[in-house]
Design a binder for this molecule. Structure first.
Ligand code: AMP
Ligand code: ZN
Ligand code: FE
Ligand code: FE
Length: 284
């Protein structure tokens, strides 16, 4: 075993291409020490992931990633150590149900837009590409690629699905403030996901962190596949300033996001094990 960890991973329970069991098998082959599954707006994959992880002797952290909207910016909040007895947290359960309902509405609107563009598509066909209940834009991207309408998933986003593109439909979303509070109330460790991907200024990011910290934000995801070393440095500095913990993950989606490997990201990602140790020490 080595010290590799990954605290941001998607499975077929949302828009990743591998089942929780397959992810744990990959983690095992890599000799990973700990992993969190953090599917979008669902905890459906956690049971399966945990069982596989116990068998593989890999430390498993139950996670979830909530998509929120802060003004014009998409902001993602990850919760780690989501309780097993989640039914005892009706606010969390209701909110992920609402998140999923909003997703379904948005998905139907994307279908309508694509149909209006002359593309033959039904929601059933997109659902068939998904392993679970959560259907996201990567499933649409896969559909468009399979049909030969685009050459790659990336092109599907650039032409159709990305922000303000031909078939873009925004999703009704909660604020990051609400998501942080909902997660904090479950006792989860609350992480601001891939902060460098929020296309706001450093001042705005600093301001957002100041607002979220008193509501229960615990950590910044400084280490992420899409972050540069400079991003990491800036975020480590911001975390220190706000007395927050650090987190890190690849945001692995399997084939849905080519070029991003489990634990290793685009190749140079290395999430230090002490990141996890410090979180656990804070929780103890
Ligand atoms: P959704 O949650 O349905 O809005 O889909 C969000 C997911 O789509 C993200 O987790 C990314 O994996 C993917 N995604 C969003 N924007 C892009 C983009 N411009 N290029 C490629 N993938 C993207
Ligand atoms: Zn995703
Ligand atoms: Fe995200
Ligand atoms: Fe993610």
């Amino acid at each position: 075993m080595n010290n590799l960890i990954d605290l941001h991973v998607h499975s077929t329970a949302s828009d990743g291409s591998f089942t929780p069991t397959e992810i744990i098998q990959k983690a095992s082959l890599l000799g990973m020490r700990a992993i969190a599954i953090t599917d979008h707006d669902t905890v459906d994959g956690l049971e399966e992931g945990e069982i596989a992880a116990v068998q593989a002797s890999i430390e498993f952290i139950r996670g979830c990633e909530l998509s929120t909207r802060h003004g014009v910016y998409d902001v993602h909040i990850v919760g780690l150590w989501i309780p097993k007895d989640i039914d005892k947290y009706p606010e969390f359960v209701t909110s992920i149900q609402t998140f999923q309902a909003n997703r379904e509405k948005r998905n139907n609107s994307i279908i309508e837009k694509l149909q209006a563009l002359g593309i033959e598509i039904s929601i059933k066909e997109v659902e068939n590409l998904a392993g679970g209940r959560v259907i996201g834009r990567p499933h649409f991207a896969q559909f468009l690629k399979n049909k030969g309408i685009v050459a790659s998933e990336q092109e599907a986003f650039e032409e159709y699905l990305g922000r303000d593109k031909k078939a873009y439909v925004p999703r009704k979303a909660v604020t990051p403030h609400e998501a942080v509070q909902i997660l904090a109330k479950t006792g989860a460790t609350v992480v601001l996901a891939h902060p460098a991907l929020i296309p706001c200024s450093l001042e705005e990011l600093d301001e957002l962190i100041s607002e979220l910290s008193p509501l229960g934000l615990n950590a910044l995801e400084a280490y992420h596949s899409a972050h540069s070393f400079k991003d990491e440095r800036v975020l480590v500095g911001l975390a220190a300033k706000h007395e927050l913990l650090l987190s890190g993950g690849s945001d692995f989606h399997g084939k849905s996001k080519p070029g991003v490997a489990l634990a290793k990201g685009k190749g140079s990602l290395r999430i230090p094990y002490f990141v996890l140790e410090k979180m656990k020490a804070k929780r103890a």
